[in-house]
Design a protein around this ligand. Sequence first.
Ligand code: C2E
Ligand code: MG
Ligand code: MG
Ligand code: MG
Length: 285
Amino acid sequence: LAAHRSGQNSVHYNAAFMTAVKENLSLLGDLRRAMENGELSLHYQPKITMSSGKVCGAEALIRWKHPQRGWIPPGLFIPCAEQSTLIQAVVEFTLTCSLKQITEWLDQGVSIPVAVNVSPRNLIHPGFVDNVLSCLDHYAVAGNLLELEITEGALMIDMERMIGELNRLAQHGVRISVDDFGTGYSSLQYLHRLPISHLKIDQSFVKRALTDAGASHIIESAISLAHKMHIKAIGEGIENQATYDLLARQGCDIAQGYAVSHPLPEHEFIRWYAQHEKGFSFTEQ
Ligand code: C2E
Ligand code: MG
Ligand code: MG
Ligand code: MG
């Protein structure tokens, strides 16, 4: 009756909605199975210091190769996992996998801080910080080799508690960066009270930097805000040399993006690292 009264469209809408719900449920079921079957892995994308071209870190990005569907992008299944407690298992996986990777690289004489993406739901989970600290302890990794990327919005939930929790991580040397900076609604006053080490300027601004004066001004402001907070600015989603050069001129400290390297599986990453140990530059490309 309700469908009849509100017309055809709502019937279509409901059908589409139900399909989406079913799709999500089957994706979640598959994800649960995928974790047990080892279908998940991490790729690593280098971050480089713009002044020297030297690698200063790597972002761990989750990858899922589904036996039937092939690669499923995190943009599809992470938001889905975030709606359930499964996101707890995801961060557990990315943390342990990254820490193992750090120790393997250290064994090869390579010391690279790894950044793990943390969902809002992970961060507000009461045992989260204790879990991170016990993982560091378990793998005997120094806190300063781990970085957590947290979006602005997540930092603004339960601010007072967040300040205490993040300070506990910072006391162990763990770095906190603000991911997708500029797309959320963070209060600058609060941002200042958090132990943040990097601002990652969102790709949407970086992509438009060359063609849109507004985007370019936002990038400049974010860089100057970072520097006033005595922290570093990272440009993400840098796809070409012209954008790289522009951000370098604007005083950006660190670069990440396809222009430097795509995210790579661990073996390719270490090969890329060895090739660029003296410093990445466009002329040698
Ligand atoms: P993010 O943390 O902002 O990650 C950056 C995304 O931009 C990655 O996409 C990366 O592959 C992509 N990217 C890097 N450079 C370029 C570039 O030059 N051009 C373009 N067009 N894209 C570039 P990816 O791996 O598909 O991840 C998308 C988002 O999924 C991430 O955004 C993050 O929010 C989420 N995500 C990925 N891995 C994890 C994870 O392990 N845990 C959680 N909670 N979220 C994750
Ligand atoms: Mg990130
Ligand atoms: Mg980002
Ligand atoms: Mg993002």
